[in-house]
Design a protein around this ligand. Structure first.
Ligand code: CP3
Length: 389
């Protein structure tokens, strides 16, 4: 049986804390200190070594087998030796609905599929609200993968744990898979508001417990992916998304402090894709997270204006640029750094706040891994300059 490590001191010493410094706001934001870099979905199908593992094992088998999850987490760290400043545990956001008793399959080509989605308030009451979730029993395979991966990383880079924003999971649980419009989930919020709140609350509570377990297992930063934050009205965002995003760090912090051996809360990142209005960025930067992730539609300067120096920003190179060839990669990296609204131009002008370089969403399966390497190298190059040349 799996047991949490007794103390963080059991793990190899962390040799590169660039990510944690940016997220904690302890890194000097002057240009002498280059920002950390990682790539959302950096372990994935664009890597031939990942595809080789997937030919042998189903998606959820990889997630559920600590040796395999550890191996694919380490693949990009190995391949891009010294070019990445973080790893993210290989898993999926949909392991949480599985833990809550829902069946989820990963279909080749079409993505996640729930054979029995939630049909309505009565169904949700019976299958979700009237049922207890033993988070440790259901998800200890992730904890085992986290602990194993912390050892496997040998302190090279920190390990990120993650979960989904409650709204994104609610969407999958109601729609039964991905959706262009998320209209069933949205209809639920209009027709059965109270029930939507009760389900979102339960998802948030289970997710918070899951994040706490990942920290106990060795995760050094936590990211919340609210990929579907773009489908509601601004009022819907304030009502069904933001309160539950806020609840996660509140619960994680208090539960970590209440453990028999209390643990400090690691830095947390919120990536609410599509939440780009001034009021939304401002609210996200005051929601208990130390970093706000940006999608590619937001100019860095505008994001700084609306988050002040309250948080570090993460992002936000357009993932499609990696499909656009080397010239485009070079040009776009330069623009994000040194364009009139770029991150480094802002730093240069004395606008404060950390930056964690990333894409504005996950890397896509069609990317040539050597183009991804070129992206990482170009970021290093641009970030080692003191001014735009
Ligand atoms: O490297 C990493 O970033 C860690 C692994 C990771 C995966 N999924 C692996 C994965 C992470 C952080 C996720 C998060 C996730 N999963 C999100 C939020 C982030 C985002 O990209 O929007 C969402 C919405 C999901 C749900 C999900 N899982 C979808 C919609 C799909 C199918 C679409 C796709 O990109 O393939 C998955 C499958 C999935 N999750 C794959 C991987 C590597 C590919 C499936 C395969 O190997 O067959």
């Amino acid at each position: 049986g799996y047991e949490f490590p007794r103390s963080d001191a059991e793990f190899p010493k962390l040799l590169n804390d660039s990510l944690l410094q940016s997220a904690n706001g302890t890194k000097p934001t002057d240009l002498a200190c280059p920002p950390p870099i990682w790539i959302m979905r950096q372990a994935g199908r664009y890597l031939p070594e990942f595809q080789a593992v997937r030919r042998q094992h189903s998606f959820f088998t990889v997630c559920r087998t600590p040796e395999l999850a550890c191996e694919v987490t380490l693949q990009p760290i190995r391949r891009y030796d010294g070019l990445l400043d973080a790893s993210i545990i290989f898993s999926d956001i949909l392991v949480v609905p599985q833990a809550m008793g829902m069946q989820v399959e990963m279909l080749a080509g079409s993505g996640p599929h729930f054979p029995n989605p939630l049909l309505g308030p009565e169904d949700a009451q019976r299958r979700i609200l009237d049922r207890e979730t033993d988070v440790f029993a259901e998800l200890k395979y992730v904890y085992a993968a986290v602990t194993k991966t912390r050892h496997g990383l040998e302190g090279k880079v920190p390990l990120i744990g993650f979960c989904a924003g409650p709204w994104t999971l609610f969407g999958y649980m109601v729609e039964g898979g991905g959706s262009r419009t998320w209209e069933k989930a949205k209809a639920w919020t209009y027709k059965h508001e109270e029930s939507a709140h009760a389900v979102l609350q339960r998802i948030a509570e289970v997710s918070a417990e899951y994040l706490v377990g990942q920290v106990q297992a060795g995760a050094q930063l936590l990211q919340v992916f609210d990929t579907n934050a773009d489908c509601l009205t601004p009022h819907g965002f304030s009502t069904f998304i933001l309160p539950y995003l806020r609840l996660l760090p509140t619960l994680v912090r208090s539960r970590l402090a209440a453990l028999p051996t209390p643990l400090p809360c690691p830095p947390m990142t919120v990536f609410a894709k599509g939440a780009t209005l001034p009021t939304q960025l401002s609210a996200l930067s005051q929601s208990g997270y130390q970093t706000v992730g940006l999608d590619w539609t937001v100019p860095p300067r505008y994001a700084r204006e609306h988050t002040a120096s309250r948080v570090a920003l993460q992002g936000n190179v357009d993932p499609s640029v990696l499909l656009g060839g080397r010239d485009a990669i070079k040009r776009e990296v330069r623009r994000v750094c040194w364009g009139p609204d770029g991150f480094l131009t802002c730093s240069r002008e004395g606008i404060e706040g950390g930056w964690i370089v990333n894409l504005g969403h996950g890397i896509t399966p069609g990317v040539d891994p050597e183009d991804a390497r070129y992206f990482l190298e170009r970021v290093r190059k641009e970030c080692s300059k003191k001014t735009k040349d």
